[in-house]
Ligand binder design. Structure first.
Ligand SMILES: [Zn+2]
Length: 116
């Protein structure tokens, strides 16, 4: 998998989470106790669909800024924001770690980043 396709795979995972959160109808009287009486109500309240949407949108913005860019004079990719070492940078690896258990997780995103 190339850096571009690994990046596209990761963006697709975040977009799928965002799409999933957006289809949830949030009632005006959202109450975790009403919907999830047997689980930690405060946790559910914190991670409402609105919160998931905000998290995913922020992650997509970060992934756009930290997308792979090809070196002009050699093979490989770098991050135009971090500009240290090859892509993926530590920012992308942190976002990718959330999806490590999903099918198709790219090898490129498993790299251990020593500059963290
Ligand atoms: Zn970066």
């Amino acid at each position: 998998m190339t850096a571009d396709s690994a990046h596209a795979w990761l963006v697709a995972q975040v977009q799928a989470d965002l799409d999933g959160a957006r289809v949830v109808e949030i009632p005006d009287d959202w109450s975790s106790q009403r919907w999830f009486a047997d689980v930690d109500a405060e946790f559910i309240e914190t991670w409402s669909p609105a919160r998931v949407i905000a998290e995913c949108e922020a992650k997509l913005e970060r992934l756009e800024r930290h997308r792979p860019r090809e070196y002009a004079l050699s093979d490989g990719y770098y991050c135009g924001v971090c500009q240290r070492g090859p892509w993926p940078c530590a920012e992308v690896l942190s976002d990718a770690a959330v999806y490590a258990d999903r099918d198709g997780f790219p090898e490129e995103l498993k790299k251990f980043h020593t500059s963290m």
